[in-house]
Structures are given as C-alpha cells and as structure tokens.
Design a protein around this ligand. Sequence first.
Ligand code: C5P
Ligand code: ZN
Length: 484
Amino acid sequence: MNLMKLDEKEVKLFSAIRFAAEQLLNDKETPVLIVTHLDADGLSAGGIIASTLARANIPFQVQVKRQLEDEIIESIADLQPPRIIFTDFGSGQFVRLKEKFKDSSVIILDHHPPIENDESPLVDNWAHVNPHLVGIDSSHEISGAGLAFFFAQEIDPKNNDLAVLGIVGAIGDRQEGEENKFSNLNQMMVEEGLKSNLLNSFTGIRLFGRETRPIHRILQYSTEPFIPDITGNEDNAVRFLKEIGIPLKEGDRWRTIADLTKQERTIFTSALVKKMILGGVSPNEAKKIVGPNYILNNEELGSPLRDAREFSTFLNACGRLGKPSIGIAVCMGDRGYVFKQGIEISNQYRGEISDFLIFLEDNIESITEFDGMFYLNAKTEIKDTAIGTIASIAMGNRIIDPSKPLIMAALSDDSSLKMSGRGTNELVARGLDLGQAMREALAKINAGDEGGGHNVAAGARIAQELEEPFIQALNEIISLQLTE
Ligand code: C5P
Ligand code: ZN
C-alpha cells in the first residue's frame, strides 16, 4: 500500500488494519471462526478472508448469518471459538461481543455505525476496525469487503487479486457516489484491479448480460434499474425496440447490446432514459443506466461473474435464497458444480424479484401515507428475504414518491414481521436517520432489539401483533427527524 496517497483518517484506518493483521499472524495454528453477514458485501468479505486464511495455511471455518442478534451470539459462544473474525457486522453489537468473547481473540472488520464509541478498539486480543471510528464515510468510501481486502493485502501483498471482490462488495452495498463513480478507498481497489489487469473498466450502458443476452430479454429482466412497463413484460420490451428502430436479430442470431452500432447505442440509451422518466423514474436515477462498468477479465464471456455488478447480484441471490455457502465457495474460486448451482439460484432469484416488483406496481394504491413516511405491508406476497431489495429498488427508481421514506413489511415463516426502510440522500440531508428511528421505535414499544442499520437504509424484525404500535412510533420519530 502506498501510504503517501492516504489522508490522515485513512492512515489511522490502515494502522488499525495492521494491528488486526498482526494479531492474526501471531498465531498460525489455532483455527479461526469467520462469521460474516448474509448480503453480497458480507459474502464478498467472508470469501476474501477465507481465501486469505487458506493461502496463509491458517485453519478456518465460515458461518454466514442474517444478523448478529442475541441468539446467534449465544450459539457462536456455545462453540467456544478461540479466535473469531467478524466481517460486515459486529460493530452494532461490539459491547456484547467484547463481554461474551473476552477469552477469545476477536477481530471485527465492519463499516456499520457502532452503537457507541469503542474507547479501546485496539487492545490485546481485540481489534475493532471500523471507518466510523476514524471519521471515514462508511457508506461511500469503503464497505465490509473493502476492509477485508485491505486486511488481506496487509497479511500478504500477493492477495492483491482479491481487490475485485472488494469492488463486488462495495457495489452490493451501493457505495457508488456521484455519476455512479467510486471514490477514495473504493477507487483505490479499482486502481489495484486495473493495475494487475484483473479488471477492465469502461463507461457505457449498465445492463446485465450486455455481451451475451438478447436485448429484449435484458430489458425484460432488468430489475435494477426497474423499467416501468418493460420489466417483466416481454411483449412491451420487443415493442419498445421496434418503435425505436432497433432490429432484434441479425440473420438467425439474437443481437446483444455489444452488437449495437454507436448510433444505435445513442438512440437506445436516450429512448430508454426518456421511457423511464415518463414512467416516473427520477432523471438522476434514469441516468444510472449509463456509467462505469467493471469487467473481471478472468471470468468467461457470458458468465454472471464477468460484470462486477452482476457478480454482486449473484452473491445476493445465493444469500437471499438460503445458499450463502455457494456464494462463499464462488468467491474462493469455485467455477465447477457449486458455481452451476449458483447460476440456477440466481436465475430463480431474478424471476422472483421481477414478480415482486410487479406486485408492488399493482398495489401502489395500497401504500399508506403517514406524516413522516409511506408504509406497505406486503404480507406473504413478497418474501421477507427480498423485502429490503424491493424497497431499495422502489425507492431508488422512484416507483413511489421519494419525498418521504418508504417502509415495507413482509411476513416471515416464523410469523414475525420483517421491516425494511429506505430513504434518499436528500432525506438524510434533512435529518432522516432510519437506523436510529428503527432502534428508538423498538425501544419505545418494547419490541425487542432486532433492528438498526444506516441513516438511509435500515431494518427491523418485530412480533406481528406489534405492527400498529411500531408503525405509529416509527412515524412519530421519523416526522420529528424531518422537522428538526
Ligand atoms: O434488512 P434490510 O436490508 O432492510 O437492512 C438494511 C440495512 O440495515 C442493512 O445494512 C442491514 O445490515 C442493517 N440492519 C442492521 N440491523 C438490523 C437490521 C438491518 O444493522 N437488525
Ligand atoms: Zn456492508
């Protein structure tokens, strides 16, 4: 790492990373339990750490969890692990972890806001690494996977190749900023990838399957962005292309986006942006279909792993459909049988998401407007594991009015209600902090402590009977945040 390029805060972060790396390298015999978060960022982070330990000949095991709630912490404690690395979560529970694992050696590599300030983040057998602790923006500059990557690089500079997974994780956590570009530490990973020729980056149309899939299929299956009228509707996708004069076939072969001529590409992009805006998508969101693409040079043409954004969706699908170990194995390099299973899962997931979005579009009228937020309980129409993704897409693509945050709920198999809230940067600038609001609302009505997150995106789980008081409390808190 070229320390000359780092600012003061980054230098502090890197010295924390070095402390953690030294702690790990002190002992190459004792097995390490890696515990990581279920989303794409968490799986990338877990995969990076697993590869790093495998390469360093340190024995390890990986566990993937949806959240670090009390029960989970208990179940980990039951294993009496001598050494643990938590990635992409842990800071929200660090007080409990410090207490529960005082006899173990613990490393936390997380970017979620800590519940309180850790007065002694780096002491014997305790390395708590979090950009918040040194004042770095953890929603745009570095994610869990990024921390894992810089940690891996500190363990051995040969781990440079893992930078691409750091990028996949950052994309999963939507860390791209203005003009969809990365900044600072995230951008440093991009440069690392370019330098080693593992990555290729270019600005262009950002739709999945650009090089391999028929254009109308790409449009039909596009959930991010969601294209009003077109996502989920093959006929409309075909009609749209015909209307703008783009032939679907060349002889017998379906054309791909890569086949488009320069002129066709311009027509296609501007017509698509126009279509989205007319369908209610904000101009800024619509423009996101053009921007940087990150291509993983070593992945095969047509593979969902070749495009970093698609890789991230692939991991997300593995996690959300209950197969996180497939995601970890793929991050560790499996491209055989396990990977093929992953492809099936990701196709299944794509289908589900587009069905859920169509449900949402058909039920816009059922959304309740409160003073401080919009609310929709999708019950069992949307899976609890997908509710956060759907709320993100709905908010990001302005399927609903962005002037207030959107809270969505889904009923889980165990009859609890999974809540997901999503806001916008504009709302955050006006005082919105959804993570704080979720925690306060839970406390106010004694609904447990499974809730929290970031200012712009947060979640919670409550007993079904508490829906009404919870929503009321949440609305009051958010209204207050937005008027203060
Ligand atoms: O679950 P959902 O996707 O809605 O969560 C949004 C964000 O809030 C995620 O980053 C998640 O890790 C965080 N979160 C949290 N604690 C919870 C629930 C969600 O930190 N109990
Ligand atoms: Zn993350």
